[in-house]
Write a protein that binds this ligand. Structure first.
Ligand SMILES: O=C[C@H](O)COP(=O)(O)O
Length: 261
């Protein structure tokens, strides 16, 4: 995180955890634990399962919590006969401001291709929702040393053809697949290397707007490693999985500026 105008973003991806009652309890705990100053300094967002979102919205809107919320996936289609799918317009109506797109678990278990991911990015943007576009290499790519090229290709495939104005609304999350849920994190320097390369690729294709795009790191982020990760120049936040399910763990992560000298 360098001294720029990019506001840090910590997003909690709950994945397929917590029902709507548990969601309410967790968001309440977060709101009671974090001060308005902390939430002003660090944009804090939860990404619950679809069925929790209405409850989370009602709570956050009703009590005017300074916590954002979004979804974990979106249909590439606007509406129609797509059983089980959720349209971006439905998420927008619920007040979602973010949606993760192209998470490695969707790419791996639901066969999402770069083409599908690109269509979902567009679907979200069309409804004023910022996609949190996930990219990252599997272990064999890291071991082959081609991780920068791999993640850059994923990024450019997803944003190809967007305007600079649209790109400014995209958040990119670099999540090395081998670091997700494994307790293994990329070293802060490794994460910085890839994320700086992603920003350079955006700069080459879209110009100065690249300086305002927020790039996050994800993969076993915890209270104990977040400050070191966030000290890197190009890392603007974190996409947190496991540690976002516990209010104490997540608030410790959101409070990372207190641990940066
Ligand atoms: O979306 C979040 C990532 O997949 C990271 O998950 P994790 O923090 O449990 O490793």
């Amino acid at each position: 995180m360098s001294e720029t105008s990019r506001r840090p973003l910590i997003a909690g991806n709950w994945k397929m955890n917590l029902n709507h009652l548990e969601a309410i309890a967790l968001v309440q705990k977060l709101a009671f634990s974090l001060t308005p100053e902390q939430l002003e300094k660090v944009e804090t967002v939860v990404l619950p399962p679809f069925v929790d979102i209405r409850s989370v919205q009602t709570l956050i809107d009703g009590d005017r919590y300074l916590i954002g919320f979004g979804a974990q996936d979106v249909s590439r289609h606007a509406s129609g006969a797509y059983t089980g799918e959720i349209a971006a317009s439905m998420l927008a109506k619920l007040g979602c401001t973010y949606v993760t797109v192209g998470h490695s678990e969707r790419r791996q278990y639901h066969n999402e291709t770069d083409e599908v991911v690109a269509a979902k990015v567009r679907a979200a943007l069309a409804e004023g929702i910022s996609p949190i576009l996930c990219v990252g290499e599997p272990l064999e790519v890291r071991e082959a040393g081609t991780h920068v090229a791999h993640t850059t290709e994923q990024l450019l495939a997803a944003v190809d053809g967007l305007s600079a104005e649209e790109v400014a609304k995209v958040v990119v999350a670099y999540e090395p697949v081998w670091a997700i849920g494994t307790g293994r994190t990329a070293t802060p320097e490794n994460a910085q290397e890839v994320i700086a390369a992603l920003r350079a690729a955006l700069r080459k294709s879209f110009g100065d707007v690249a300086e305002s795009v927020r790039l996050l790191y994800g993969g076993s982020v915890k209270g104990s490693n977040v400050a070191e990760i966030m000290s890197q120049d190009d890392i603007d936040g974190a996409l947190v999985g496991g540690a976002s399910l516990n209010a104490d763990d997540f608030t410790t992560i959101v409070r990372f500026p207190e641990h940066i000298g």
